[in-house]
Design a protein around this ligand. Structure first.
Ligand SMILES: C[S@@+](CC[C@H](N)C(=O)[O-])C[C@H]1O[C@@H](n2cnc3c(N)ncnc32)[C@H](O)[C@@H]1O
Length: 289
């Protein structure tokens, strides 16, 4: 049914949810009903509670048209956070969009582990800053910390800038375009990196939300997935301060090899931290003091 054919009763929020859920179900989405509720609230510019309390409220024709567009995008498997324009990360609400990947819950493990291992860090670098998720969390959790976020993608940096401004962190979080740690002018006490680590050969197996919509440059880690992480490990000796910490997110099955890369780069106290699904997800090392 197109927006033009809608009857007044179809504009009730509850009816809009049912209609959206049917479309999403037909598109093969498992959480069709829950996603439909989020999309109706997104189109109406209301929080989820509104739907629970006022399911009989009417959408305006503009809101109904917006919803139709959003449901169509989601049915084509565009990631839900891209369609909604925002995502939750570490209890923050961040702008997201096709310039950068949607921040994942496992990256919260990286943020937590880095903050716990580097309580005294004053200058941190987030390599591959994307939408700014890690940089914003570090700066918010440590009011005394300066953070530099680096990315090769200028579109990603534009998105990160919006998130930094949203949380009023412009004075403590700077951004630079460039390759890995090249733009860094002084030694860092903490380097965090969620760099691309998916093996090129694994792309055909990825969910369409990932392979069709998220930027390839944010995901593709080359033949064994470690091309960028290997290059970054080679730069740590020069760019980390004495006693400084490097914390890297890795893919399933990569932790041991990355731990060895860090040891070969001269780091000590190398340890591996599992994520919520018990997959070894973060590798951390310290430069000798
Ligand atoms: C997996 S995403 C991580 C984004 C964000 N840090 C997060 O955790 O949600 C990797 C990011 O690294 C960036 N990137 C890829 N190659 C890079 C390079 N050589 N130097 C700097 N950044 C790079 C991509 O543009 C992308 O934004």
């Amino acid at each position: 049914m197109s927006g033009r054919d809608l009857q007044p009763q179809d504009l009730r929020a509850s009816a809009a949810v049912r209609r959206a859920a049917r479309t999403l179900e037909t598109a093969g989405l498992e959480r069709a009903r829950a996603e439909a509720e989020l999309l109706v609230c997104g189109a109406a510019g209301r929080p989820l509670e509104w739907l629970l309390v006022h399911p009989e409220d009417m959408l305006s024709p503009e809101q109904a048209a917006r919803l139709e567009d959003m449901v169509g995008r989601r049915a084509r498997r565009e990631p839900l956070p891209y369609v909604l324009g925002h995502a939750e990360f570490y209890s923050l609400d961040l702008f997201v969009g096709p310039a950068a990947i949607v921040p994942r819950p496992e990256t919260e493990v990286l943020a937590e582990a880095a903050l716990a291992r580097a309580p005294e860090a004053r200058f941190a670098v987030d390599v591959g800053v994307g939408c700014g998720a890690l940089a914003v969390v570090l700066a918010r959790e440590r009011p005394e910390m300066m953070v530099l976020g680096i990315d090769v993608s200028r579109e990603a940096l534009r998105l990160a800038r919006r998130n930094i401004a949203r949380y009023g962190l412009g004075r403590r979080v700077a951004l630079a375009a460039g390759d890995l740690l090249d733009p860094v002018g002084r030694r860092a006490d903490l380097v965090v990196a969620n760099l691309p680590y998916i093996r090129t050969g694994d792309f055909p197996d990825l969910a369409p939300e990932v392979s069709r919509w998220e930027p390839r440059i944010a995901l593709d880690g080359g033949e064994d997935g470690l091309a960028l992480i290997r290059r970054l490990a080679g730069q740590l000796e020069r760019h980390l301060s004495a006693g400084g910490i490097a914390a890297l997110e890795v893919g399933a099955g990569q932790a041991e090899e990355v731990a060895n890369l860090l040891r070969r780069a001269g780091l000590t106290e190398v340890e591996v931290v599992p994520d919520y699904a018990k997959i070894d997800r973060v590798v951390i090392g310290r430069k000798r003091g």
